[in-house]
Design a binder for this molecule. Structure first.
Ligand SMILES: C[S@@+](CC[C@H](N)C(=O)[O-])C[C@H]1O[C@@H](n2cnc3c(N)ncnc32)[C@H](O)[C@@H]1O
Length: 457
């Protein structure tokens, strides 16, 4: 989809403008719903846990007494306490959503309506006020999809809606304002809350000590291949090497690329991801500042109460400790729209040949049409540039309930397609890894991911 400004106001252009405004309103509504989901987590989750209490009180007095002796009754109460603490954290994440909407919000948008236990994990309150790191080129908006859920097959739900990358150059009020004025508070659905619960688990993957094993399995081989490919370039000149990470998630891989001295841009279209990574990257003052409880939402397959209630501290490093002069940006919007446009998105240079490396981790299977993804990766790379991939083929749009098209290739077919598009596949291997798994859980999904490096010829 092309990208348009708002410079005309008559004839066909007028119709077009109205259509674009409608799309912008849809995007703004989606963003507003995501913010409402962060704020609605508390009530939704307490109610879900309340079901357990109700079921408990439905039992005979004798059974209740037995379960109370086991600590089951108390456990339900403790989960309520942890929900409150998660809710405090999530409210802080969306404490300043105007950073994304380029607009001033009314008071009603800043605070949750329900009562919370502010600062429960020792944080200093909303927006901790840490130093800015140069990782917030939030110049694009999207009607973002939630995180692609590799965590569990039952969570594998097709995303819906369409993503856009318009820049907002017009002077009238922002669609977010209009949405806010018009609508009753959004009630998050199970689907929305599930994305939020996945976001908590992704925070473990990207920004906790507990996530290190998964990062070592997924990000380390990619980083090693990147460093190896550019081994001839002196370390102090790596800043001239431009690395793109599409589907950056919570941005740890992109961040680690910058830590190694490269210039790196992450791209992501999920507001759940963008809001959370912005908060961690730009609003963190100290290591282990926050404690979250990602495993309290399901009591299944847990060996102990401790495994259920386990608190995870984030972040494991201070993101603002990037060396001076680091070149790190995150661009919000749809990968195909931003990097696939031949003429360049408004206000941006065309992307063809601009990148020395493209890193895809658990990303290529988010395509509706993987041919287009591979073509874009090929086109944006400079001649001799490297594409490094690691991930499964859990085709995101397979059997989409929204009727989205989906092309689902086997691994052999993807590799053959890559060769036909103009890549020479160099290193290839399989890497076993979990994705946002609970290390203590009694159920673990292991992806036998495909890793490869490929050179643009
Ligand atoms: C499975 S997650 C992987 C995230 C991260 N790379 C990791 O390994 O943890 C895939 C990510 O790609 C994002 N994504 C999917 N399609 C996208 C698109 N067309 N443009 C930008 N981001 C996209 C999703 O929102 C999600 O965060």
């Amino acid at each position: 989809m092309a990208h348009h400004g708002h410079t005309h106001s008559h004839g066909d252009d007028h119709d077009h403008e109205m259509e674009m405004e409608n799309e912008e309103e849809l995007e703004a509504a989606h963003f507003s719903n995501v913010v409402a989901t962060f704020r609605g987590y508390r009530a939704y989750s307490l109610s879900a846990n309340g079901r357990r209490l109700k079921d408990f009180y439905g039992l005979s007095a004798e059974d209740q007494a037995l379960l109370t002796e086991l600590g089951y009754r108390r456990k339900i109460d403790v989960v309520d306490e942890k929900i409150e603490q998660n809710a405090d954290f999530l409210r802080r994440v969306v404490g300043s959503p105007e950073i994304f909407s380029n607009t001033e919000l009314g008071e009603g948008d800043r605070e949750d309506e329900d009562e919370g236990n502010e600062g429960g994990d020792g944080d200093d309150g909303e927006n901790g006020g840490g130093g800015e790191v140069p990782a917030a080129d939030m110049s694009q908006h999207s009607s973002a999809q939630g995180p692609h859920q590799h965590g569990h097959p039952s969570e594998h739900q097709p995303a819906h809606g369409h993503a856009h990358g318009h820049s907002h150059t017009h002077s009238h009020d922002h669609p977010y304002d209009r949405i806010r004025r018009r609508r009753a508070p959004y009630q998050p659905s199970e689907f929305d809350i599930d994305k939020l619960r996945s976001t908590l688990k992704q925070l473990v993957r990207d920004w906790s000590a507990e996530g290190k094993a998964e990062r070592d399995a997924c990000y380390q081989p990619i980083l090693e291949a990147l460093v190896d490919h550019f081994r001839e370039i002196p370390e102090d000149q790596r800043g001239n090497i431009r690395v793109l990470v599409p589907g950056a998630g919570l941005a740890r891989l992109a961040y680690d690329v910058v830590l190694r001295g490269f210039a790196c841009q992450g791209n992501e279209f999920s507001h759940y991801m963008l809001l959370s990574s912005f908060y961690i990257l730009n609003r963190t003052e100290r290591i282990n500042q926050h404690t979250i409880y990602p495993y309290i939402h399901s009591f299944s397959n847990l060996p102990s109460t401790d495994a259920l209630l386990k608190g995870i501290q984030i972040p494991d490093i201070l993101p603002s400790t990037l060396p001076p002069g680091s070149n790190f940006s995150l661009v919000a919007g749809d990968f195909e729209e931003i990097y696939g446009s031949e003429e360049g998105v408004e206000g941006r240079e065309p992307q063809a040949g601009l990148w020395n490396a493209v890193l895809t981790c658990f990303f290529i299977d988010t395509a509706k049409n993987v041919v287009n993804y591979l073509r874009i990766i090929h086109r944006v790379l400079a001649p001799g540039g490297i594409w490094i991939n690691l991930g499964p083929l859990l085709w995101h749009y397979e059997n989409s309930s929204e009727g989205d098209p989906s092309i689902e290739l086997s691994l052999d077919e993807v590799k053959e397609l890559a060769r036909k598009i103009g890549f020479e596949i160099r290193e290839e291997r399989r890497i076993d890894t979990t994705y946002t798994g609970n290390v203590e859980g009694m159920l673990a999904y292991v992806y036998r991911t495909a890793f490869w490096t490929a050179i643009k010829i």
